[in-house]
Design a protein around this ligand. Structure first.
Ligand SMILES: Cc1cc2nc3c(=O)[nH]c(=O)nc-3n(C[C@H](O)[C@H](O)[C@H](O)COP(=O)(O)OP(=O)(O)OC[C@H]3O[C@@H](n4cnc5c(N)ncnc54)[C@H](O)[C@@H]3O)c2cc1C
Length: 485
């Protein structure tokens, strides 16, 4: 390892403790290279993370941080724990992000195998969803093709929200036992960069104003979507090279299980992708939760966003899924995060801080949804704290048109997909920040500063974020070998 001209506290600091970070630490341990490593997160250890929404019936906007998105295992802890794998015969990877754009498809597949085995080792269910029923899936694909929609079916390993907790707790214990330092409830406020080289990070305890500088030879940013805004600011401040990014804006769509039966039964999660007229924007379904629950999460600036998950044991009678529209901006406006935040802010204000819900039929009739109508609706909302209202006031004409056109096309593939009783919750937004420019070692334009996972725009899911962490560890080990020579 290179000489450190400061009093280096650590060989390596990783900001964030999401799957990308913890798989990085895991791999260093397995390769016997985890000497002096520190992971920092603003949230809590996994066993202390608890979302009060079930008890209280509404989102309490936990301070200083939302327990759904912060803490050990990051956004993974309360996720549905659907690990997206791949089809061996495919020559591309369709789900989870862009890791393969940096390291190639074959290498990414082998990394996914490796990470999948780690999840199995820590207790994941051996059963895979979506690998049987080839004939039925092909039929569905053909039907979708006719509507100009692509159906991507890949094997899924479903952990389930409560099982995810257990598995991540075991990984946390493993890392602790193997001397990985973990600093909780600590915010990384700033980076310490001198002459285009990382020196360390400036930290602050949550609920405190005092800061402490920690120095390291290498720093990895693994801040997830929760840290995308902060990362964007760091990129602006230190002129860290970025590439234009996108923001995905849409709704969480809830409908009866029986409508989604064909997809749920054969695929568990079908990813439908279309480009409806007139805008031809990419519209896709994402994060489908059979017999699941719609949930709420709170981001910086108190923004409430909708999401969804499903448990292994506890079941509803509804399926929920995201319908997302990708928005790319060009000159002179290239601030996808700000755009998304403004849309979310307006929607939140219309719901008096809560998630808005509206029936599809009301949108089609050009009216808001009222509480009495929701109470009698055929599809019973699983997010009890959602407030009925009018999403169309704030989501933007282009996004709304894309969603409605997509729902109508989907109705021809899955009968009942456009039933007027189906519910749209908003805002569902995926912030990716501007993609941080990284080289083949995942190093940014700042020397010894690396970036992995969802935050920098590299990944979009648990499995690929985990695989990226493993590859980051291997890159660090190889770089060290080179530096020692
Ligand atoms: C409710 C929900 C359900 C989901 N379901 C699925 C699913 O079923 N399947 C799937 O593949 N994906 C799912 N996802 C997405 C998945 O969780 C993410 O893709 C994955 O966790 C990304 O991993 P990551 O390591 O990049 O970042 P994250 O898991 O987001 O972790 C980033 C961590 O960094 C910390 N952090 C950020 N900034 C700072 C800072 N400045 N200082 C200190 N700490 C900081 C955060 O507190 C957080 O703990 C879901 C996400 C949510 C929210």
């Amino acid at each position: 390892m290179k000489e450190c001209d400061f009093m280096c506290n650590y060989d390596l600091i990783v900001v964030g403790m999401g799957p990308s970070s913890i798989f990085l630490a895991y791999e260093l341990v397995m390769k016997n290279k985890a000497k002096n490593v520190l992971l920092i997160d603003e949230g809590k250890p996994v066993e202390k993370r608890c979302c009060p929404v079930e008890k209280m019936g509404e989102c309490m906007k936990c301070k200083p941080f939302c327990n759904i998105t912060s803490g050990f295992s990051g956004a993974g802890a309360f996720s549905d724990g659907k690990l997206s794998l791949y089809n061996e015969e495919d020559d591309d990877i369709y789900v989870g992000g862009n890791l393969h754009r940096y390291i190639g498809v074959e290498k990414t597949k082998r990394l996914i195998d490796y990470a999948d085995n780690v999840y199995l080792k820590f207790g994941a269910d051996k059963h895979l969803e979506g690998i049987e029923h080839k004939e039925e899936i092909d039929k569905l694909k053909k039907k979708a093709k006719k509507e100009d929609i692509n159906l991507i079916g890949i094997p899924i390993r479903h952990l389930g929200t409560e099982k995810s907790h257990e598995i991540y707790k075991k990984i946390q214990d493993f890392l602790e036992e193997n001397n990985i330092n973990m600093m909780y409830e600590t915010v990384v406020e700033d980076l310490i960069i001198e002459e285009n080289e990382i020196k360390g990070v400036r930290t602050r305890k949550a609920n405190d104003t005092k800061t402490e500088d920690l120095f390291a030879k290498k720093v990895v940013l693994a801040v997830g979507r929760k840290g995308a805004d902060w990362l964007s600011r760091m990129c602006d401040k230190y002129k860290i090279k970025t590439e234009p990014g996108a923001v995905d804006i849409g709704v969480r769509y809830e409908l009866k299980d029986e409508v989604m039966e064909s997809v749920n039964k054969y695929l568990y999660e079908g990813k439908f992708i279309g480009r409806p007229y007139p805008f031809r924007d990419k519209v896709r379904t994402f994060c489908q939760n059979p017999s699941g629950f719609v949930s709420e999460e709170v981001y910086d600036d108190n923004l409430s966003l909708v999401n969804g998950h499903s448990y292994k044991d506890k079941k509803s009678t509804n399926t929920n899924l995201a319908i997302l529209v990708s928005h790319n901006f060009k000159n002179p406006f290239n601030k996808p995060i700000e755009y998304g935040k403004n849309v979310a802010k307006n929607l939140n204000e219309l719901g008096n801080g809560a998630i808005l819900v509206q029936r599809l039929g009301d949108i089609q009739r050009g009216k808001r949804t009222w509480q009495e109508e929701l109470d009698e609706n055929e599809v019973i909302p699983t997010l009890k704290s959602a407030v009925p209202g009018d999403i169309t006031f704030a989501i933007g004409y282009r996004t709304m048109t894309d969603i409605i056109m997509f729902i109508n096309a989907m109705d021809k593939i899955i009968e009942g997909f456009a039933d007027p009783h189906n519910l749209l919750y908003a805002p569902e937004i995926k912030f990716y920040s501007n993609k941080v420019f990284i080289d083949e070692n995942f190093e940014t334009s700042i020397k010894d500063l690396y970036c992995i996972g969802d935050g920098g725009g590299m990944t979009r899911g648990l499995m690929m974020a985990s695989a990226a962490g493993v590859q980051m560890a291997r890159n660090i080990i190889e770089l060290e070998i080179k530096e020692e020579k």
